[in-house]
Design a protein around this ligand. Structure first.
Ligand SMILES: [Zn+2]
Length: 327
């Protein structure tokens, strides 16, 4: 191994999801040197999933012709409640994990320091460090995917709250008596504007006899529906899909207004699979609704933007976490 390369500080960023594990290897300036992907296989239990994370990191390192010794630290964004101090996953329902010592086990397997954060917090860090110019002091990130999560930066630092669970923006109730949420409550933002909620509303409308071109494409049960299909349907003039996406965007605008009223950040950044696929259709409505519902003094001058990081926010965030923690 060349000595120059051996001295280089590289970081591994891992995005641990319910179905796939992504790893990116990043140089000191957070330039991506290479990446790897494996399926999670959560049903095989935590021990095997952690071995698969280790394999994914090794694959990514190998992909860039590096050696594990050149990796200064590994940062992981993990779903669910995370104790970032100890690197334990306290509760991750979509992995079926309860109190798993991810940091400790993975450090033993890789021989490299490992740091763990909630996946939305990690994505927030990644966007903050690589996408937001001028380094605003107060930023809130909202990520619309299968669920809805958030990350809060206060005074330039990730805000995790009293017991580490801050930023659960998806569980802010915005419709009293609204649809049931995965958390057990009703009318949460997540139950109204996540991909799961959008798909449910569309299925219910189809069951009620409403027409969409998507049933011709995917069948009456809308099997294998993806966010990209919704965008294509809107572009082709599908009124039902357009209406449901407009409603989701309005709920998102209301959530943004609530956050701005409470935190008064300089920037609100929206990301996640729904925004990646439907940002063009949703952002104007989100902005308008946030202005309508927010207090005028609070919303003045606040930037509400869509992240361009897409799927990469998680791995970049993991690398930022690794770099921040290992300094
Ligand atoms: Zn909820």
């Amino acid at each position: 191994m060349a000595e120059a390369a051996a001295k280089q500080e590289c970081y591994a960023g891992v995005d641990l999801g319910g179905t796939k594990i992504l790893t990116g290897i990043f140089g000191p300036n957070l330039d991506c040197l290479g990446r790897a992907k494996v399926s999670t296989k959560a049903e095989r239990g935590p021990e095997e999933v952690i071995e698969r994370i280790a394999r994914c990191v090794r694959d990514a390192v190998d992909e860039c012709d590096l050696d594990l010794k050149q990796i200064k630290a590994v940062g992981i964004g993990a779903p669910g409640t995370v104790d970032a101090e100890t690197g334990r996953i306290l509760f991750a329902p979509n992995l079926r994990w309860e109190d798993i010592a991810l940091k400790k086990i993975l450090e033993k397997q890789l021989g490299v320091p490992v740091f763990v954060e909630n996946d939305c917090n990690a994505a927030m860090l990644g966007i903050y460090e690589t996408e937001l110019s001028g380094k605003p002091r107060e930023v809130v990130g909202i990520f619309l995917g299968t669920g809805i999560g958030g990350g809060i930066i206060l005074d330039g630092k990730l805000y995790s709250g009293y017991s580490g669970t801050a930023g659960e923006i998806g569980h802010m109730v915005i419709e009293v008596g609204g649809p049931k949420c995965s958390c057990g409550s009703r009318g949460c933002f997540e139950a109204l504007a996540s991909r799961t909620a959008i798909f449910r509303r569309l299925s219910e409308a189809v069951a009620d006899g409403k027409k969409t071109m998507l049933t011709e494409l995917l069948g009456p049960d809308l099997k294998d529906l993806r966010s990209g299909d919704l965008r294509k349907a809107i572009k082709k003039g599908d009124k039902l899909v357009e209406q449901i996406i407009e409603e989701a965007a309005e709920y998102t605008g209301i959530a943004v207004a609530n956050i701005i009223n409470i935190i008064n950040p300089q920037v609100v950044v929206l990301g996640g699979g729904v925004i990646d696929a439907l940002g063009d259709e949703m952002m104007a409505i989100i902005l308008e609704t946030a202005q309508d519902y927010g207090m005028s003094g609070a919303t003045k001058g606040v930037d509400i933007v869509a992240s361009k990081r897409g799927d990469d926010a998680g791995i970049v965030g993991g690398a930022v976490l690794a770099r921040r923690q290992s300094k």
